[in-house]
Design a protein around this ligand. Structure first.
Ligand code: HEC
Length: 139
């Protein structure tokens, strides 16, 4: 099949074929100029968007947090809501906490109030569990 831009026969036509080469070079060059900077620009924007939504609890362990929470915290909260499911305390209708630093402080406060001497890692993990499952705070 003959190419649309380069309709030359089998006979060697050096002038014509070099025009063809020039044309494809021109096309590639335009692609490089127009598309690649755009791709970089889009990646740049996406990078900033994703870093502004970064998880504020990057160092906690959710499974550990869930265990600690259910063993030490849940029963008291359960007694506070009519339906008996203390986790409703964390849902948007009832919650008071609105930022990740307030969430960490509240977890630490409740732990201290209840005589638990938790390490930083345990406080982080419970906070991460609560955030991943209920709060979804990003700052
Ligand atoms: C003896 C009862 C009791 C225990 C045990 C308890 N809490 Fe609480 N918690 C409360 C009360 C009461 C409130 C609501 C009033 C307040 O903010 O102090 C509360 C509120 C909270 C909130 C805020 C909810 C909101 O409004 O967004 C979080 C988070 C929380 N507790 C986490 C914990 C964690 C984590 C533990 C386990 C270490 C825990 N609590 C153990 C009684 C308890």
């Amino acid at each position: 099949m003959k190419s649309f831009f380069c309709q030359h026969n089998m006979t060697l036509d050096s002038e014509h074929s070099s025009n063809c080469l020039n044309f494809s070079f021109f096309l590639n060059n335009q692609l490089n100029k127009v598309f690649y900077p755009k791709f970089f620009f889009i990646f740049f924007i996406l990078f900033f968007i994703q870093s502004s939504f970064a998880d504020p609890f990057s160092s906690g362990d959710v499974a550990l947090g869930e265990n600690l929470h259910n063993q030490n915290c849940k029963s008291c909260h359960d007694g506070m809501v009519p339906g008996g499911d203390g986790n409703e305390l964390y849902l948007s209708e009832l919650r008071v906490i609105s930022t990740s630093s307030k969430l960490i402080s509240q977890v630490e406060f409740c732990a201290n109030q209840n005589g638990l001497t938790w390490f930083e890692e345990e406080i982080e993990s419970v906070s991460k569990y609560l955030n991943d499952n209920f709060y979804n705070l990003s700052d």
